[in-house]
Design a protein around this ligand. Structure first.
Ligand code: SF4
Length: 112
């Protein structure tokens, strides 16, 4: 798959970062779709060591309902730890779960 256009489909902001999302073409479906970052395959962290996540990312072991007493979320977008910066529909956000946080020093080492 390749980027269908040079200009990003959209640029999303979260956790002090900007993520350019490009459209990719699926030949089987015959349509384009926004290719969001794969943070499970390639984890990235905020300066405070919190992992970025996409709303469509499969929920992890630490998930919690988005509202007290609500259903167990199947993806990060429905998880109570998922923080969206700008709108309730942001597809990219930050996981605020302390159990998944990295110490800032290890994030610095990762960047070098
Ligand atoms: S937002 Fe964080 S705690 Fe919640 S499911 Fe996603 S990775 Fe797990």
């Amino acid at each position: 798959m390749s980027h269908e256009q040079k200009e990003p489909y959209k640029v999303y902001r979260a956790g002090g970062r900007e993520f350019a999302v490009y459209l990719e073409y699926d030949e089987q479906l015959g349509e384009s779709y926004p290719a969001y970052p794969d943070f499970e395959e390639h984890p990235e962290y905020t300066g405070e060591g919190r992992p970025f996540a996409t709303a469509e990312q499969e929920s992890c072991h630490y998930r919690k309902p988005g509202v007290p007493g609500g259903p167990t979320p199947g993806d990060c977008g429905g998880c109570g730890w998922f923080y969206r910066e700008l709108t309730p529909c942001d597809p990219i956000g930050v996981c605020m779960c302390d159990a998944r946080r990295r110490k800032p020093e290890s994030v610095e080492k990762q960047r070098k």
